[in-house]
Design a binder for this molecule. Structure first.
Ligand code: HAS
Length: 549
């Protein structure tokens, strides 16, 4: 793919770091996706047991969620951030700090993985108490998060140095996007760090006997929703800064990109209670406030739909597209030289449905129909496993090829893989949507509860990607590895002062967080709920056991 004007010779240490941060979670992802497949087989009633190959249903579900949604995404965001910061800001990074960050992330991941694999942390990716994990799991999560913070802090000196040298110039859009990603991450991870450090670790260590469950869940969702935008914004960076060029044209509006990133900084967090509409301990006033803010957090995605739609149309017309709808035929859907287009475009198509169902979930009363049903995994497979997953694996492959100087192997397989994935996700999630609307529960081993004879489709597309990825990685070098990103030009390059600085948006975000969370948190602390001891299979005591006299 030769779509760039500027290559940079990247320092060997940073090149190695980015590669490890992509390859390590990619290997773990094989385990994560394997457990996704296992979920399908359990749900379809093809495995009718509570465990398979030594791992229980819920252990597998925990691995699937933690590896795919937390570990893979965090490592990728950090690696992508290094590439963006190094490429656009043009300064080497402090490698000692980078290795420290990486070591913490790696040790944290291994601690959590050992705890899960040994059956001591079967708590799902939401780790709600009173499910209790071994302290190693919580400590591992803390190390992973702290490592990623340190990686972000390492980008601040080159950022401020760039600003000093380019006073009056616009910060490159991709840098605004990646900084927005990590500001959202800082906002998100602070409450979950409080939950883990002050509530869960002392309880898991046995220092305190009980835990305040409603408070822990509220702190978790204070993290849980901005988390989804931490996943989404790197994909948006690719949509705004690379997809228009891949489509053959320019980004329709630079302002729309900046507004989207900053709007997500503002609204991604004061919405977490929309995951708790059915939680009895929270008053309906705060549920309504969060529902209202959730509608506002969907606005930048609508803005993105129109801006990227217009950019695609511009690209298609530049390639000779004509007519009201005829231009759609001119996009490079299966162009092997622009293969990244297929990853990004397929993700966008899936996201139309993932986004629409998100708005359904956010509509307070409609959510009572779908909450905790299989509708939810359908929604989030059309968001995380759609635009986020496809853009992340596409960019991982792109960076590996660029940094190692290798050529993509199995080019036909590669360009078709995202469409096959899309077909699989759409069929699979349609089944889950229909089941969910009919009341089928989520997170349930249907194979042992009541067997569902219908089987959903197997993700063969994932296998195709791994073939392309590892064949490329282990192939012969074709050129000297360097760093080269696809950079779209801008069609409308507006200069709107309000989107040239983070400061007012950060102040607004802080204010909204206080409005949205101070009263419900105070309410939850004051309500004096009885604390919960850890869940155990004997608590509540099974009916069959002898009564305790
Ligand atoms: Fe969500 C639950 C509401 C977006 C992920 N969400 C979840 C969970 C996850 C998740 C993981 O209000 C489950 C958590 C759990 O384990 O319990 N979500 C929303 C809303 C949005 C939304 C309003 N979610 C996401 C994204 C995620 C994600 C993004 C991951 C990356 N979600 C909820 C709610 C719940 C929830 C409730 C809790 C429900 C419950 O009961 O527990 C919005 O941000 C969505 C806005 C998106 C759009 C779509 C724009 C479309 C675009 C594509 C354009 C296409 C083009 C191509 C140009 C408005 C940008 C054209 C091509 C053609 C062929 C035409």
């Amino acid at each position: 793919m030769d779509l760039t004007e500027r290559r940079i010779d990247i320092e060997p240490g940073l090149r190695r770091m980015i590669l490890i941060e992509i390859i390590f979670p990619m290997v773990l992802l094989i385990l994560g996706i394997y457990h996704g497949l296992m979920q399908v087989l359990y749900r379809a009633g093809m495995i009718r047991s509570s465990q398979f190959l030594g791992l229980s249903y819920f252990q597998g579900l925990t691995l699937h969620g933690v590896v795919n949604a937390i570990v893979f995404t965090t490592f990728f965001a950090v690696a992508f951030g290094y590439a963006i910061v190094r490429y656009y800001l043009g300064r080497p990074l402090n490698m000692k700090v980078a290795w420290l960050a990486f070591t913490l992330m790696m040790v944290g991941t291994l601690l959590a993985a050992v705890a899960i694999l040994s059956g001591k942390a079967t708590v799902l990716y939401t780790f709600y108490p009173p499910l209790r994990a071994h302290p190693a799991f919580y400590i591992g999560v803390v190390l992973l998060v702290v490592g990623s913070w340190i990686a972000f802090f390492n980008w601040l000196p080159p950022y401020f140095a760039w600003k000093r040298e380019h006073s009056g110039e616009k910060v490159p859009l991709a840098v605004v996007g990646i900084f927005a990603t990590f500001i959202i991450w800082l906002i998100a991870t602070t409450p979950v760090a409080i939950e883990v450090i002050f509530l869960l670790i002392p309880w898991s260590m046995g220092w305190v006997a009980t835990v305040n469950v409603p408070l822990a869940r509220m702190l978790f969702w204070f993290f849980g929703h901005p988390l989804v935008y931490f996943w989404l914004v790197p994909a948006y960076v690719m949509y705004y800064t690379m997809l228009p060029k891949l489509a053959g044209g320019k980004l329709f509006s630079d302002f729309a990109g900046r507004l989207t990133f900053l709007w997500l900084v503002l609204y991604s967090a004061p919405v977490g209670i929309h995951h708790q509409f059915t939680e009895p301990g929270i008053s309906s006033t705060w549920k309504f406030v969060h529902a209202f803010f959730t509608m506002l957090v969907a606005v930048p995605s609508f803005l993105t739909a129109f801006t990227i739609g217009a950019s695609l149309e511009h690209g298609a017309r530049e390639r000779g597209g004509r007519g009201l709808l005829g231009w759609w035929t001119k996009l490079p859907y299966i162009d092997k030289d622009r293969w990244l287009f297929s990853y990004l475009f397929a993700g966008l198509v899936i996201f139309i449905f993932g986004g629409a169902t998100g708005v359904i979930n956010a509509s307070y009363n409609l959510d009572t129909v779908v909450h905790n049903t299989s509708w939810l995994p359908a929604h989030f497979h059309q968001t995380v496993a759609g635009p986020v997953f496809l853009s992340y694996i596409g960019m991982s492959l792109f960076l590996v090829a660029e940094l190692t100087g290798k050529q993509i192997r199995f080019r036909t397989l590669n360009v078709w893989m995202p469409y096959i994935w899309t077909l699989g996700i759409m069929i699979f999630s349609t089944g889950l949507f229909i089941g969910g609307a009919g009341g089928e529960p989520r997170r349930t081993n249907m194979g042992v509860s009541y067997a569902d004879p219908q089987s959903h489709l197997y993700h063969a597309a994932a296998l195709m990607f791994f073939i392309v990825f590892f064949a490329t990685l282990f192939s012969k070098r074709a050129k000297q590895g360097d760093l080269e990103l696809i950079v779209s030009e801008t069609y409308h390059d507006e200069r709107v002062p309000a989107v040239q600085t983070f400061t007012p948006w950060l102040a607004g975000a802080a204010l909204l967080l206080v409005i949205a969370y101070a009263p419900p948190i105070a309410q939850t602390i004051r309500s004096n709920f009885p604390g919960a001891p850890p869940y155990s299979q004997d608590n509540p005591r099974p009916i069959s056991s002898a009564p305790n006299r």
